[in-house]
Design a binder for this molecule. Structure first.
Ligand code: SAH
Ligand code: SF4
Length: 418
């Protein structure tokens, strides 16, 4: 989501005559797009700002935007701690970045505009993004979130759910395919709750079927809202990736309830089974958190057990991070050591699973969409979202190439062109 917003910010600036620069040293304007989902992201911002300060040329304007500025007290801290930052804005103010820059350049007065009307953020849509993700184009289908998981800051900084008109999404995808993009990733915090007039997410997916060869992905799905229809739609589709990112967060019912996730481990596992029984080789990935307030050893073992049962191809693992203003911040917290030990155990555990899954795919064939090439070495992802490397002189970035998987080293797969 943030990568795509950075593309839109670049779009706003280029439409005003700015050009992308390759280095901090030569830039006249430096924009830091921040995130506050986890504390680590926030800490990194200060590190980056320190480095930028020493490298930037005299008079370069520094802008800090993104959701970190909207967190309780974060903008005030930033303004005090970093007097060399010239413009501080929130996500809803981003569409007006060009005007703020003009204002700062004309008056020399710092611009601090963190909250404006919620709707304004959506007009970033009118900015034509400077896309930077190669063969992939991101397309927002909705903004905000209504779920209020107790650990999460997103609903506070991104506002309530707002869905884009289905026709706008379809025409965006159409024109991106005409421009030659080979992969489209639909974005939303909870894509399964997409609704525009009488159109739902399954309707949207069906209307993006095409005779043009491309790959369609979406993120993120919420286990409480994903319907079995989606499995059938993936099964029937010519364009959808045979993969699903379905964040579980925790494997213990008690913790899931404390997180306000609205599903049990059994409900989650039965949804996974429904997808697997229709699409046995579906690539599954998830987000998992350890060290949520009050998590016991028993709760953590339940998470390991769920991870073992599902056998995810890819797992994004996080230590719970306190976010001021969220309900979980006021719950009894775990100590740092316990959280650190649990994440280490989980990472090792998943590493073995990924290794086994990779080994078991040797001998299978896959269709790789080439996303990068270095010499004759091609990199890309299969239709089930596995990363595969292979050698080819003739394959180009953006090609779909059939390969046979010939070896696996840890989770890394090597293929040979068929
Ligand atoms: N809307 C998506 C993802 C939102 S944020 C969803 O519901 O799945 C991406 C991931 O960051 C989450 O899935 C969660 O695992 C993690 N995350 C969110 N808040 C966090 C926090 N306070 N501490 C640690 N991880 C967090
Ligand atoms: Fe955060 Fe939950 Fe919304 Fe995802 S669904 S953005 S985790 S509140």
């Amino acid at each position: 989501m943030n990568v795509h917003e950075s593309e839109k910010i670049a779009g706003i600036l280029t439409s005003r005559g700015y050009m992308l620069s390759q280095t901090v040293e030569e830039a006249d304007v430096i924009v830091l797009n921040t995130c506050c989902v986890r504390e680590t992201a926030e800490t990194k911002v200060y590190g980056h700002l320190g480095r930028i300060k020493s490298k930037k040329k005299q008079g370069a304007v520094i802008v800090v935007c993104g959701c970190m500025t909207q967190q309780n007290g974060a903008a005030e801290r930033l303004v005090k701690r970093c007097p060399f930052v010239n413009i501080v804005i929130g996500t809803f103010n981003q569409p007006r970045l060009g005007d703020y820059l003009d204002r700062f350049i004309q008056t020399g007065t710092r611009v601090i505009e963190v909250w404006s009307s919620e709707k304004d953020g959506d007009s970033l849509e009118s900015a034509s993004p400077v896309r930077s993700s190669g063969i992939n184009a991101w397309v927002n289908i909705m903004y905000g979130c209504n779920n209020f998981c107790t650990y999460c800051i997103v609903p506070y900084v991104r506002g309530r759910e707002r869905c884009r008109p289905i026709d706008d999404i379809i025409s965006d995808v159409d024109s991106l395919l005409k421009k030659g993009y080979k992969q489209i990733t639909l974005l939303g915090q909870n894509v399964n709750s997409y609704k525009y007039l009488d159109k739902t997410f399954p309707d949207l997916l069906k209307s993006l079927e095409s005779d043009t060869k491309y790959r369609l992905k979406f993120m993120t799905s919420h286990p409480k809202d994903i319907s079995p229809d989606i499995a059938q739609i993936i099964y029937d589709s010519k364009v959808l990736s045979r993969s699903l990112h379905l964040p579980v967060q925790a494997g213990s019912d008690r913790i899931l309830q404390a997180m306000n996730r609205h599903y049990t481990r059994e409900e989650y596992l039965s949804k996974i089974s429904a997808f697997r029984s229709l699409i046995p080789d579906i690539g599954l990935s998830s987000d998992v958190m350890v060290g949520f307030p009050t998590e016991t050893e028993e709760d953590f073992l339940q998470t390991l057990d769920l991870v073992e049962r599902v056998k995810y191809n890819n797992l994004f693992m996080f230590i719970y991070s306190r976010r001021s203003g969220t309900p979980a911040d006021t719950m009894p917290q775990l100590d740092y050591d316990t959280k650190q030990k649990r994440i280490d155990r989980l990472i090792k555990f998943q590493f073995e699973i990924s290794k086994q899954l990779a080994l078991s795919s040797v001998g299978h064939t896959a269709e790789v969409l080439v996303s990068d090439k270095d010499g004759d070495k091609c990199y890309g992802k299969s239709e089930t979202d596995a990363a595969i490397t292979f050698n080819s002189d003739s394959a180009k970035v953006g090609d779909f190439v059939r390969v046979k998987i010939v070896s696996a080293k840890n989770a890394n797969l090597t293929g040979e062109v068929i």
